[in-house]
Write a protein that binds this ligand. Sequence first.
Ligand code: NAG
Ligand code: NAG
Ligand code: NAG
Ligand code: NAG
Ligand code: NAG
Ligand code: NAG
Length: 434
Amino acid sequence: MKQMNNNISNPFSFGHKHNHVFVKFGVCFLLLGLSYRLFFSTSIDSSPVVDTDTAFVAEDTLSPPVGNPPIPGDLPVNESQTYHNEKCDIFTGEWVPDPTGPFYTNNSCHSIEDHQNCMRNGRPDSGYIYWRWKPRECELPKFNPGRFLDFMRDKSIAFIGDSISRNQVQSLVCTLSEVEKAVEVYHDEEYRSKRWSFPSHNFSVSVIWTPFLIKAAVFEDNNGVSSGTIQLHLDQLDEVWTEQYKNFDYAVLAGGKWYLKTAIYYENTTMVGCHNCEKNITELGFEYAYRKALQLVFNFVTHSNHKVHILFRTSTPDHFENGEWNTGGYCNQTVPFKEGEVDISDVDRVMRDIELEEFENAEAIGSEKGSTFKLFDTTHLSLLRPDGHPGVYRMFQPYAGKDKSAKVQNDCLHWCLPGPIDSWNDLIMEMMLN
Ligand SMILES: *[C@@H]1O[C@H](CO)[C@@H](O)[C@H](O)[C@H]1NC(C)=O
Ligand SMILES: *[C@@H]1O[C@H](CO)[C@@H](O)[C@H](O)[C@H]1NC(C)=O
Ligand SMILES: *[C@@H]1O[C@H](CO)[C@@H](O)[C@H](O)[C@H]1NC(C)=O
Ligand SMILES: *[C@@H]1O[C@H](CO)[C@@H](O)[C@H](O)[C@H]1NC(C)=O
Ligand SMILES: *[C@@H]1O[C@H](CO)[C@@H](O)[C@H](O)[C@H]1NC(C)=O
Ligand SMILES: *[C@@H]1O[C@H](CO)[C@@H](O)[C@H](O)[C@H]1NC(C)=O
């Protein structure tokens, strides 16, 4: 059995190994301000969307996709296997071959962020786009953009979180655009938060960049170089999303890996501790902050007067092998894992356990105001896709003018577009329409 980051046996038991893993992560994150930012921050900030049709006209040798693309909005629907899955756990299953392939290509969609545009960047294999998620006990219909748009008429959805949320929103916008072209109606200064409109359906899709979900002071310049330790206010939400919350009918919320960063924690404006800081401050561990933050988030959504259908997405695993971000870690597999071939990393397991516990607590309290909660549990199915990351193809033609053995930074966290994250939309559709 393969375990991602398998050099750590059980770092979350108490004892010195415990510290070891945090120090290891911390040092990594400290040293890697710049590359780290490429993963979690916004790599598109300084390079506004370009029209890739004209930006890259070079021919290359990649083979065209095989199979016939489905006709958008007009998929054959087998009613007997569609949206009748009440008892089925849609998150337990396997990846099965899917010759129909993705809805969109790097040529048809202009919303794909450069660092995730694997085909354009020269990734040579294309097998990774011909798989779909198949729950063990039922069928999961493929996403149907026409049906989704009709369902969402006069409504709005927001993806609230870090760059993985943006990764998914791009997949959704690209897929829907095959039926109705998305119109970008808003972006913030750094292109981290955006809103698209689908005018003929009076439907809007937002992505809100708030990597901690709570109030944070992040001291990074535009190049991701950090000039100070992150300050997190564990008792205050980030207003960038709470102020807009009343505008949404659906929200896909997610926390995540930013909590592994070195940070000083405040409660009621008083410093209460930190994670990984070198100063003489009590080490509370990221678990403490992450749990507090999720409690605050769930408390807000359960008590809000505005009714929203919430999907809470669990941690997304990375697939760095034989190293980490900048210590030569890479991901060059070309097929999914089968069940039992991989084990979740310890850090990802800890994060997900906190998520499940706090979600269940919130669910038990329930919503007083009629909002609904669902767990969008993508962790395990994503763990089975080591083949879906950009790897070295986060850069355009990474080996151009270089030896094939040249050291190139890998991205084994975000997902290629098109790629496995497109299947997350199948799940969202099932959860929303069921
Ligand atoms: C629809 O799906 C059910 C269950 O998988 C299957 O038994 C049936 O043959 C399918 N019908 C058609 C028309 O494909
Ligand atoms: C899309 O990728 C193909 C290679 O698969 C490449 O030839 C083409 O130029 C790319 N198009 C854009 C717009 O990036
Ligand atoms: C668009 O949807 C909003 C609700 O989100 C509704 O108030 C508005 O009337 C709709 N506009 C049209 C033209 O139907
Ligand atoms: C915050 O601190 C102030 C001053 O110490 C105190 O009066 C107040 O009760 C505290 N509030 C909470 C919510 O703990
Ligand atoms: C660290 O804090 C403890 C308790 O507040 C104090 O006794 C100790 O002197 C401090 N050490 C340094 C190096 O500041
Ligand atoms: C993946 O990359 C490693 C390190 O560069 C190399 O040793 C290995 O052969 C590669 N595997 C595949 C399947 O390309």
